[in-house]
Design a protein. Structure first.
Length: 401
């Protein structure tokens, strides 16, 4: 008899749980098939679509925490909805709201960290973007997340051209987008406007429930624990492959830009040299020019332009005056003088500039196209050179120091 009662009780609990889950799935009949997160807060309800097809590991982390099935959770936390009862501990108007810390201090986590996962089609380019908070670098994601109030593309792990930042550099923002609000954007706005003291709400903004909604066969088949276990270890390799693919794309684009450079300067006197490295030169050789020794320090006159023709640097006084960039104080400090440089591979120049210099003799002049990857690369050189900028230089070796 007791066995029958226990079985009936188990069936009743299972039925209630199943009915509750079905009710949750049917709560938003207007939403198309997909995986969603319902944030029930004391300020209202928000619903976010989760991009499990593009960033499956990041979504699996979030879903696994929300449902208590995450494989890295401590035994004491398994089977419990991790986010229920947690606050939005950091709120910044015209920026974002941040939650996911069980301590409410910004220092807490679920007890583990995992590697970043990015998709260049997902950007912080609008309000309502759901993204991972981290403490810097590629391997500091955990349970904390944020939702944007306004576009903040500077938080992306990549630049506008799709090339990746060096996310392990200090003070470099690289956050992984994994969803966006499809309902309740006004709730996000309400939360972002609550009274705060040093970004912490005076009156707690609480996630009362965070429910995962599965609509359609694909979403229902999404096994968060399995996805995280199988795919999370592969994330460093995935990022390397993404970066390599983008570098190949940049090189292909640079080839096109190099051809355009030749066409633009087709009337310029000199030999056109297209190096296998991607450097393009129009070299005007001096008559009886002397080749420097590898121990010589040559004197270089140089002017640098962006592809659009805008000047960013010159050692030539006349060029500076002609472009209205002349600075008298800089002139007195010696800025408009040829600079010395050792004539060998140890020269402290960007690779494209160095390669061009070593093809030149005393008195030679050249206009060169330096593709970004032979220049300042994905990091650029603040404040003048933006990331992944192709550059054009006019060079002349005027003598030996």
């Amino acid at each position: 008899m007791n066995l029958i009662k226990k079985q009936m009780k188990f069936l009743l609990i299972a039925f209630i749980a199943s009915f509750s889950a079905m009710s949750c799935q049917d709560k938003y009949p207007d939403l198309p098939d997909g995986l969603y997160a319902e944030f029930k807060t004391n300020k209202g309800t928000m619903v976010a679509k989760l991009f499990y097809d593009k960033v499956p590991v990041t979504v699996a982390n979030f879903v696994g925490l929300a449902e208590g099935t995450h494989p890295k959770l401590a035994d004491s936390l398994k089977g419990k909805p991790f986010y229920n009862g947690i606050t939005f501990h950091r709120v910044m108007d015209k920026f974002m709201i941040q939650g996911g810390d069980p301590t409410g201090t910004g220092m807490g986590s679920a007890g583990f960290k995992f590697y970043s996962e990015f998709d260049t089609s997902l950007s912080h380019d609008k309000a309502g973007i759901l993204s991972m908070a981290n403490s810097g670098g590629l391997n500091t994601n955990g349970s904390q997340f944020f939702i944007t109030e306004v576009p903040k593309t500077n938080l992306d792990a990549f630049y506008a051209d799709g090339s990746f930042k060096n996310c392990n550099m200090p003070r470099t923002s690289c956050h992984a987008v994994f969803g966006e609000l499809v309902k309740g954007i006004e709730v996000q706005d309400t939360i972002s406007n609550v009274k705060t003291v040093q970004t912490k709400p005076v009156d707690p903004v609480i996630i009362e429930e965070l429910n995962i909604i599965r609509k359609g066969a694909d979403a229902k088949a999404f096994d968060a624990a399995k996805v995280f276990t199988e795919k999370e270890p592969l994330l460093p390799q995935r990022l390397e492959e993404q970066q390599a693919a983008m570098q190949e794309k940049i090189k292909e684009q640079a080839k096109i830009a190099g051809k355009a450079f030749i066409e633009k300067n087709k009337d310029m006197e000199g030999e056109v040299i297209e190096s296998p490295t991607g450097l393009v030169m129009i070299l005007n050789k001096a008559k009886d020019g002397v080749t420097p020794k590898s121990t010589d320090n040559v004197l270089i006159q140089s002017t640098g332009y962006f592809e659009n023709g805008n000047l960013f640097y010159t050692t030539d006084t006349e060029v500076a005056k002609a472009t209205n960039t002349y600075n008298e104080q800089a002139d007195k400090a010696g800025a408009y003088e040829p600079f010395p440089m050792i004539y060998n591979e140890s020269a402290t120049l960007v690779p494209g500039f160095r390669e061009a210099m070593l093809k030149m003799n005393i008195g030679d002049k050249a206009r060169i196209f330096v593709p970004s990857y032979l220049g300042y690369g994905p990091n650029g050189r603040a404040p003048r050179i933006p990331p992944n900028a192709n550059l054009v230089f006019d060079l002349e070796i005027v003598g030996i120091k």
